[in-house]
Ligand binder design. Structure first.
Ligand SMILES: [Zn+2]
Length: 289
């Protein structure tokens, strides 16, 4: 009998824990968004990240375990511009009828997707996105993402509204000083051109007045013709650094670096610690005087 009571108590606690988790579950698309939500909510909420580290957020397939947490989420905070989000939206709405879906990039002026530069092409590009989705990599745009996140959290968890509000103010102040720091770091640079394998720094480049040239073309390996164009550009502009994201194959970038006598530097735009990553990217760009 005694054991039975222990068991009952245990089951009761376990159920309560589960219920509590369900009541505070939030899904986000990518890891930096977990950082954003935690800036506003601390540990008040449970966060389900849909695209795990090391996977591409452009065309990701959601795992069954994540689906389970998605089904228990009150809200899904999308970046709003990623291909996988559009592809899974209906499925998510079907498995969770009460799910509120929020586009966190609403209000950001989107950058058009990169067009195919090669001539004689007029087929449909399945992989090309209409808009550049990497809006979370510019502090100015993250202020808008934070604002949309705040609004969604207040709507879905009104009992914590005051906490969210005061944390949000603190986060905005932090973002402003980050922007100022990056400005100071980059404004003396004469060379404002960045070469990058996958074009993740479009919004960053827009905010800090840099010019980004991708090696990738339409989400594919560069053609020999495109590589030659880039080698010529790098030589004429004296560009010495090629950026690559950690999940990509570095072979093309290494080949290019050998041709221009430059260096390959790895960045991680999907890093959880967004602020640290923004500083790291900035330091690396600043080495290219
Ligand atoms: Zn990307």
């Amino acid at each position: 009998m005694k054991n039975y009571i222990y068991l009952m108590v245990f089951v009761l606690f376990a159920c309560q824990a589960k219920q509590k988790e369900t009541a505070t579950m939030v899904s986000v698309s990518i890891l930096p968004q977990q950082y954003f939500v935690e800036q506003l909510a601390g540990d008040l909420l449970h966060i389900n990240v849909l695209v795990p580290p090391g996977s591409s957020p452009h065309n990701y397939s959601v795992l069954p375990s994540q689906m389970k947490d998605l089904a228990r989420s009150k809200v899904w905070l999308q970046i709003g511009l990623l291909t996988f989000e559009e592809a899974w939206k209906d499925k998510f709405a079907e498995i969770n009828k009460d799910l509120s879906i929020v586009n966190c990039s609403e209000g950001i002026v989107p950058i058009a997707g990169i067009e195919c530069e090669e001539e004689g092409h007029d087929h449909e590009h399945e992989h090309a996105e209409a808009f550049d989705p990497h809006s979370w990599l510019a502090p100015a745009d993250v202020k808008i993402i934070a604002q949309n996140t705040l609004k969604a959290l207040k709507t879905n968890f009104p009992e914590h509204a005051t906490t969210f509000e005061s944390n949000y103010s603190r986060f905005i102040t932090k973002i402003d000083s980050l922007s100022a720091h990056i400005d100071r770091k980059l404004s003396p640079l004469a060379n404002r051109h960045i070469l990058i394998f996958h074009p993740a720094l479009g919004y960053y480049a827009r905010q800090f007045k840099l010019e980004q040239t991708p090696l990738e073309l339409d989400g594919k390996e560069p053609s020999p013709k495109h590589m030659k164009t880039i080698v010529d550009l790098a030589r004429s502009q004296n560009i010495k650094v090629i950026f690559i994201q950690k999940e990509f194959d570095a072979e093309n970038a290494l080949q290019l670096s050998r041709e221009i006598g430059g260096e390959v530097m790895t960045i991680d735009p999907l890093d959880y610690d967004w602020e640290k990553q923004m500083l790291d990217i900035t330091e690396k760009i600043a080495t290219q005087k």
